[in-house]
Structure formats: structure tokens, C-alpha cells
Design a protein. Structure first.
Length: 408
């Protein structure tokens, strides 16, 4: 039984640590998913809580998983996990039945699960959590209670800081299709032989006051006495969908600029803002100043937004304003405003409002400098993250080895 409890503890702990970590990498993505839930359940008035709840949820998951797997405040961590599962398992069952949101977002954009897969995952985790809970009397605290809380609080504080860094400086790992180095046009291609969507199409006919539904196989093509009324199609199975399937840039005059921009062999800069009226005025001013400067120095500059036409009028200043679907903009750059540099349709670099280089940097654009800047910023951040993760893993292993060999 002890082996089963230990295996359950390790598995549940790792799942919650992973779930919390991938959400922390992209806290805005978690906020967007919570926003979708609020809309699905007609609770849009709570939308302002989306980001705080996203950070709170991923921190709670990570700290609870850390507690369960290390044994530090293990009883508390187990109780939190059971409470979370009791809350979300019925919710995912409702989602599986009604499907108002196609992806639960439980593993961020790193791993996509259907609602039914999520429900069964939670169901299995509940069983494992109950196994852990039944052995709570055998749980041993290595440290004193005060030390346990200090360690747990420190882990939570570092984790929240990690969330805020990803929020300010863009996700340290980009799980979305618009990654640096990607050629956007290649991500829009449907491979030959790819499975298309499968629909069930039915036709509604009427004859002598009687209405009947027919399929393509049995509709009355040879009987003219049946009068066609309507048809409907139901999606049976989703086919292949390319990573980028909704990328379309339209000028405010209604001209489609997508192909032109992706084929441009010069430099193009995107200033991405889902809603201009929701962005900080100082950040927008900096972006507009960059736009005027870059346009004067031969770099095409486009402001991509989903701002409504009446509000957009307040920002028109002679730069190239374009309309793009808001969901696409959120997928392109997790920042408002955010920036994307392209050449030949390839994404060379991405920045948040906080990391946008000074205007002068763009005057001397070279491939070496692009690679150097992007590589240095990202590599330092990734190295620090890997070091922190390695220390956490070593600490966890040390605790468990100590418990196994020295605490009876």
C-alpha cells in the first residue's frame, strides 16, 4: 500500500506541477481561457478577474503539487488538490456534455485535451488523491511547522515572480504557432491528403403537409412532389487544421494586404494591439513614434488591431492601421501592445511593450544583430529558468531520499 501511495503522490504532484508551470509560462493565455469560461456561463461581468484568477490558479496548482511531491505541508497540499478536483471535475463533466469551450486549458497551450479527456483525467486524479489522503496519518513532516510555511511561501513568491516576468517580457517558451523563426505562410498550408472536416448534411422536404429529413443517400431526387424547405449540416469529426488558419490583414479601406505583406522581401514591423483603447497611452505613444521613425527609414510599419471603427478614429495619425481578428492578435503576441519583426514572411523577433528596442537599433538592422539580441534576451531568461527548475528538482529528490533512508 505504501508503494501505491508513493506512486500516486509522485504522479499527482508532477501533474499539478506541470499544469501550474505551463500556465505560468503564459499567464495571459490562462486569462483568455478564464474569459472564455465567463462568457460561456454568462458571467462576463467577472471578466476583470480573469488575469488575477489565472495567476492564483496556476500558483495554487504548482505549490500544491510541490507540497505533495516533497512532503512539505503534504497534508495541506493534498487537501487543496482534492478541493480543486472536487470543484473542476463536475465542471469538466458539464463542459464535456455541452461543449461551450472546445479546450479546457488545463495544460495551457502546451498540451490540448478535449473536454472528455479532461474529465477522465480529473476522474483518475481524484482516485489517486483519495489514495494519498487515506495515508495522511503516515505523512511525516521533515521540518518544523514554521519552517514548512517559510519554504512554501518562498516557493509561491518565486513562482508568482516567474508569472509576472512572463507577463511583462513575453512567455519564456512560446507554445503558439507564431514563434520566432517561423515562416507564417508555411504554417497556413494544408498538406496534400490531409483529412477534411466530416459533416452530416440533412435536407428537409415537405409533401402533402408532411415534413421529412433526408440524407445525401436517400433524398427524393426523382420525386418532384417533394418540396425542398431547408438543409442543415452537423460537424461529425474535425479534420486537419493548419497551425495558422485565421491570419488575414485588411486595411481600414477594406483591402486585403495579407499576401503582399507575407511576400515582402524587406523588413516589416507589426505593432499588435487587440484593443487600442485598452492599452496604456504611454506605450501606444512609444509605438506610434517607432512607426513614424521606421516608416521614414524604409521599414514597413503596420498597426494591427481589432478596435471598433468608431474608437479607431481617435488613433488615426497617418500610419498604416489594419484590422485583424482579435483572437489572432492575442495568439500572435501576448502583449498589448506587442511587436513582431518580419522579413520574407519569416518572424525574426517578437517584443512586448517593455522590451521594444530603441528606434536607433532598427537603423542598422543586420541578421547578426537580430540573432544576437533575440538570442541573448531569451537565452539568459531560459538559463535562469532551467537553473531554478534544476534546483527545485534536486531539492525534491534530496527531501525524498532523506525521508526514505533516515526517517522511519
Amino acid at each position: 500500500m505504501k508503494i501505491l501511495r508513493d506512486l500516486s503522490r509522485i504522479l499527482v504532484g508532477l501533474v499539478f506541477i506541470f499544469s501550474g508551470a505551463v500556465k505560468a509560462v503564459d499567464p495571459l493565455g490562462s486569462a483568455y481561457k478564464i474569459h472564455d469560461y465567463f462568457l460561456a456561463f454568462n458571467m462576463g461581468w467577472l471578466d476583470w478577474l480573469s488575469l488575477p484568477l489565472g495567476i492564483l490558479l496556476c500558483t495554487t496548482e504548482f505549490v500544491a503539487g510541490f507540497s505533495v511531491i516533497t512532503g512539505i505541508r503534504q497534508k495541506t497540499g493534498t487537501a487543496i488538490i482534492i478541493l480543486l478536483l472536487l470543484l473542476f471535475t463536475p465542471l469538466t463533466f458539464v463542459l464535456a456534455l455541452t461543449n461551450p469551450v472546445s479546450d479546457c486549458g488545463c495544460f495551457g497551450d502546451a498540451v490540448h485535451l478535449t473536454n472528455w479527456q479532461t474529465f477522465w483525467k480529473n476522474f483518475i486524479l481524484i482516485i489517486l488523491a483519495v489514495i494519498i489522503f487515506t495515508g495522511r496519518k503516515q505523512m511525516i513532516n521533515i521540518f518544523r511547522t514554521s519552517t514548512d510555511w517559510i519554504v512554501t511561501g518562498a516557493v509561491a513568491a518565486i513562482f508568482i515572480l516567474f508569472c509576472l516576468c512572463n507577463l511583462r517580457y513575453l512567455p519564456v517558451i512560446d507554445f503558439l504557432p507564431y514563434k520566432t523563426g517561423v515562416k507564417i505562410a508555411d504554417q497556413m498550408v494544408i498538406p496534400e491528403g490531409a483529412e477534411p472536416d466530416k459533416y452530416l448534411t440533412t435536407f428537409i422536404y415537405e409533401k402533402n403537409g408532411e415534413k421529412r429529413e433526408f440524407t445525401l443517400e436517400d433524398y427524393p431526387s426523382d420525386d418532384s412532389s417533394w418540396i425542398f424547405l431547408d438543409q442543415k449540416s452537423v460537424l461529425l469529426k474535425k479534420g486537419y487544421q493548419p497551425p495558422v488558419h485565421d491570419f488575414s490583414i485588411t486595411s481600414i479601406n477594406g483591402v486585403d494586404l495579407t499576401s503582399q505583406i507575407l511576400a515582402d522581401n524587406g523588413y516589416s514591423m507589426f505593432m499588435v494591439s487587440g484593443k487600442l483603447n485598452e492599452a496604456d497611452t504611454l506605450h501606444l505613444t512609444k509605438g506610434f513614434d517607432h512607426g513614424k521613425y521606421l516608416s521614414e527609414h524604409g521599414i514597413s510599419y503596420y498597426i494591427l488591431s481589432a478596435t471598433s471603427s468608431d474608437k479607431l478614429q481617435n488613433y488615426l495619425n497617418g500610419l498604416n492601421f489594419c484590422t485583424v481578428d482579435e483572437t489572432t492578435l492575442k495568439t500572435m503576441v501576448r502583449s498589448n501592445p506587442g511587436y513582431m519583426l518580419l522579413k520574407d514572411g519569416v518572424i525574426l523577433a517578437k517584443w512586448s511593450w517593455a522590451t521594444l528596442p530603441e528606434k536607433e537599433w532598427f537603423r542598422v538592422l543586420t541578421s547578426a544583430k537580430e540573432n544576437q539580441m533575440e538570442g541573448n534576451n531569451r537565452s539568459n531568461y531560459i538559463v535562469l529558468t532551467l537553473i531554478a527548475s534544476l534546483l527545485l528538482i534536486l531539492f525534491t529528490l534530496g527531501i525524498n531520499i532523506y525521508k526514505y533512508f533516515f526517517i522511519k
